[in-house]
Design a protein around this ligand. Structure first.
Ligand code: ZN
Length: 332
């Protein structure tokens, strides 16, 4: 690196540092106070059945004495909407993002989110947030690319100024094409393909437990085994100890035919993990036997994948310790 380049980098780093401590625009007040309908919809979506969130009598008999909101709903009370309401005034965040983008750090990925709750929220609490840029890191080389971490700290307060929670949120703004995957692809164009395959990191290991070991052992034998309740016959995947229908712990397995349809799918572009090829289509497969599982979609262009298309299993022996099912269009 030349002296001029070093000077330019230091000057840029100093400009980024100057954002630390700056508030992002004026405080923003939630559209609605803490309210029962939003709590009800949220707990139905999440499946939390604690009665203190919805049942007046149960809440009155509890330590809370009244209905409270689930603490992790904190962010919901000030969300800016599906079509975000325009901010009032300028935003230091927008300025910082524009500065990073002007230097080629155009991609973004969220990396951390930590919330702290000072107390439970009650119906009628009306929250506002103030957000401060807490830290901007120096240039870091990460798996995704070279970039800067930006940490913001959000304070949640009621109308009378009481601090009820905080959230620290960190993103990485990075230069696309500078991560380890890109470096490997460049090296691969010079070396022979075999060398590239050898250097490629292994797929992330599944967490094998007593409950799911049969699935991965079956996969090594190219058998698609699905857990089945031994009492009522309900299929379940991913594997888990108890039947959700009859609560029995007794189970055996069914060897599935490997045929099914695409119930839903996504095509992943970012973040890119070096063990995978991108774009990476991943399907939620509705098996003919009646349960679903998530698996890579192979042998098909991402643009040709449709919901409902018939697929069949194809076994992928990734390495001696890991075989996984993938699915390809049926009959091809
Ligand atoms: Zn059962």
């Amino acid at each position: 690196m030349t002296t001029t380049e070093t000077d330019a980098k230091q000057a840029f780093a100093a400009k980024l540092k100057a954002f630390e401590g700056r508030q992002i625009g004026p405080p923003e007040r939630g559209a609605d106070p803490v309210n029962q309908p939003m709590i009800r919809h949220w707990i139905e979506a999440i499946g939390d059945q604690n009665p203190v969130y919805v049942d007046t009598d149960a809440a009155a008999a509890s330590v809370h004495k009244e209905i409270v909101a689930p603490p992790v709903m904190l962010q919901a009370w000030v969300m800016r909407g599906f079509k975000p309401r325009p901010r009032t005034g300028g935003s230091a965040q927008d300025e910082l993002m524009a500065l990073l983008e002007s230097e080629g750090f155009t991609s973004v990925v969220a990396t951390n989110c930590e919330q702290e709750y000072a107390r439970y929220l009650h119906l009628g609490d009306h929250l506002s947030t103030t957000t401060v840029i807490e830290a901007v890191s120096g240039e870091k080389a990460t798996g995704l690319g070279v970039g800067h971490f930006v940490t913001t700290r959000v304070e949640y307060r009621t109308d009378d100024g009481e601090l009820v929670g905080t959230m620290r949120f960190r993103i990485l703004k990075f230069r696309p094409g500078t991560g380890r995957t890109a470096a490997k692809q460049d090296a691969g164009s010079q070396d022979d393909a075999g060398q590239e395959a050898k250097d490629r990191p292994l797929r992330p290991r599944p967490a094998i437990t007593q409950d799911n070991a049969f699935f991965f052992e079956g996969a090594k034998q190219h058998r698609l085994l699905i857990q089945r309740c031994a009492r009522c016959g309900t299929l379940r995947h991913p594997p888990r100890p108890m039947c959700a229908s009859c609560h029995s712990y007794e189970w055996d397995t069914l060897e599935a035919s490997g045929r099914g349809t695409v119930y839903s799918f996504v095509v992943n572009h970012y973040p890119q993990v070096p063990a995978f090829d991108y774009p990476l289509p991943v399907g939620l497969i509705q098996l003919d036997e009646g349960t679903r599982l998530v698996a890579d979609l192979v042998g098909v262009e991402p643009s040709d994948i449709t919901v409902g298309m018939a697929v069949e299993v194809e076994w992928e022996d990734h390495d001696p310790d890991l075989t996984l099912p993938a699915f390809r269009p049926a009959g091809r």
